[in-house]
Write a protein that binds this ligand. Structure first.
Ligand code: UD1
Ligand code: CA
Length: 482
């Protein structure tokens, strides 16, 4: 569920434009910039989610480079009132804004020029800022009341590369100067343009009509709108962590760290013990109940759900449900359900379709796949259990293997309740072992075993009295005849 944030003067029709048409070449990656995964979900989804919290009338995403992929991303974000427009050529941030407003002539036949016809207040954000949070956008709108435009800014120790904020003596913004156009004094200004703005519609449209490509890049800059509207332009300063713009792999990892810390904080505030946040990786989409303990070195991914269980140290869980009281140590678990008070590991590999019923155990060096282990049943050591169901209260001896594959097809193994499978047994599927049955250690079981029966399959033992002693006597002598 999304927490909702109320913008000031909620009666004003407010929309947002998200720029996501650029190539992001500095990431040196084959996928579109905004599709990069940050803390478990695409960058663009973080941005759209922040906007979704604001009850906007409309969110317009400007796509261009790899437009189809970005459109798919927008769709999978499932945020209401979100529409894409195509910017065929990336002619600058100002031009992208004109596309969103339908102010370019016949830019792309599918663009609907009236998308923002009702918007009186327009937020502009970039698709490459995954750490932006809704309360920052509320601050921007609040701080900008009465201005024709308001820029979100931040103070950087090293402002290199960003547009600098020039203010007049009353603190209003008069100009944004791009790095390449700065003089020495301007270059020393530490307050920079984050690229996030709040505009009043009428002045914005008027200013967009006056943009030129008269700059070193030959692009239409949205920053020039600020110069045109000055000095009726304000600025709201926020912390750098809120407004990270991702251009390269270094910044991508930095933004992931910021989001990761936020996710962990939220769990800590909700009563989850996270022993070492620095080595804990919890993706967006995971949920953890109060009372859970997350030991160092854990990765919790996908749709993992954790009750009041103890996870780790060093567990890697994906799309897995863990019930109260379960423990998982030094293990990799994917697509599994771990019942209450069940134990996993150390060094287990539980693959998709594994279900451990309450109090069941999958111990050291056990691999399972598509397998149900019944209540209180134990697979304590060195086993492979695949395509199988094991009833309650059974014990599966060390080294037991379900031979589920004949090179072409997979077959199932069914083991009843209260069975005992001796160590080093091969259960050759398809095969059924009845309730209360007993399989002698070292058996290869290729036929069904009835309820309560013993199955044992062993070669005749050979015992030769004195053989070993003679053997040692012969070979343990100093080596003479080699
Ligand atoms: C921009 C700002 C700069 C600010 C910086 C903050 C301008 C001219 N400069 O510079 O003042 O400090 O952001 O990160 O706005 N895009 C389109 N269509 C285009 C061009 C860009 O959709 O035609 C999108 C890009 O995909 C990107 C965003 O707009 O998400 C910003 O463009 P980019 O070229 O990265 O601007 P910067 O040089 O970073
Ligand atoms: Ca940028």
């Amino acid at each position: 569920m999304r927490v909702r944030y109320l913008l000031p003067q909620p009666e004003i029709h407010t929309a947002a434009v998200v720029l996501a048409a650029g190539k992001g070449s500095r990431l040196k990656s084959p996928i579109p910039k905004v599709a990069h995964i940050v803390a478990g979900r695409p960058m663009l989804h973080w941005v759209l989610d922040a906007l979704a919290a604001l009850n906007l009338d409309k969110i317009v995403v400007v796509v261009g480079h790899e437009g189809d992929q970005v459109r798919d991303l927008v769709e999978s974000a499932q945020v209401d009132n979100t529409v894409c427009v195509t910017q065929v050529e990336q002619l600058g941030t100002g031009h992208a804004m004109r596309c969103a407003l339908g102010l370019t002539n016949g830019e792309h036949p599918d663009n609907d020029p009236s998308l923002l016809a009702d918007a009186e207040r327009i937020l502009l954000v970039y698709g490459d800022g995954p750490t932006l949070s809704p309360h920052t956008l509320v601050e921007l709108v609040e701080g900008g009341q009465g201005n024709e435009a308001t820029v979100l800014t931040t103070m950087l120790d090293d402002p290199t590369g960003y547009g600098r904020i020039i203010r007049n003596t009353s603190g209003m913004v008069t100009e944004i100067v791009e790095q390449r156009d700065t003089n020495e004094t301007q270059a020393s200004i530490r307050e920079i343009n984050t690229g996030i703005y709040c505009f009043e519609r009428e002045p914005l449209v008027k200013a967009l009509g006056q943009l030129t490509t008269d700059n070193s890049q030959g692009e239409e800059y949205i920053t020039d709108v600020v110069g045109i509207l000055a000095p009726r332009v304000g600025a709201v300063v926020v912390a750098p962590d809120e407004v990270m713009g991702i251009n390269d792999q270094i910044q991508l990892a930095e933004s992931a760290a910021v989001l990761r810390t936020r996710i962990i904080r939220a769990y800590q505030e909700n009563g989850v013990a996270i022993i070492d946040p620095a080595t804990t990786y919890i993706e967006h989409g995971v949920s953890i109940e109060p009372g859970a303990v997350i030991e160092p070195g854990c990765h919790l991914r996908g749709t993992t759900r954790i009750g009041a269980a103890r996870i780790g140290p060093n567990a890697d869980l994906t799309d897995t449900t863990v019930e109260d009281g379960a423990t998982i140590t030094y293990s990799v678990v994917t697509g599994a359900t771990i019942g209450a008070d069940a134990t996993v590991g150390p060094f287990a590999h539980l693959r998709p379709g594994t279900v451990l019923a309450p109090k069941a155990k999958a111990g050291g060096f056990v691999e399972t796949k598509n397998a149900t282990i019944g209540e209180g049943s134990k697979v304590p050591h060195l086993s492979y259990i695949g395509d199988a169901s094991i009833g309650a209260g059974s014990n599966i001896g060390a080294g037991t293997i379900t031979c589920n594959y004949n090179g072409y097809k997979k077959f199932r193994t069914t083991v009843g309740e209260g069975t005992f499978i001796g160590s080093d047994s091969m259960l050759i599927a398809p095969v059924t072992i009845g309730n209360g049955a007993y399989v002698g250690a070292g058996s290869a079981v290729a036929t069904d075993v009835p309820d309560g029966a013993l199955y044992i399959e062993r070669a005749q033992p050979v015992v030769k009295d004195g053989w070993a002693s003679k053997f040692h006597a012969r070979y343990a002598k100093p080596d003479t005849d080699q």
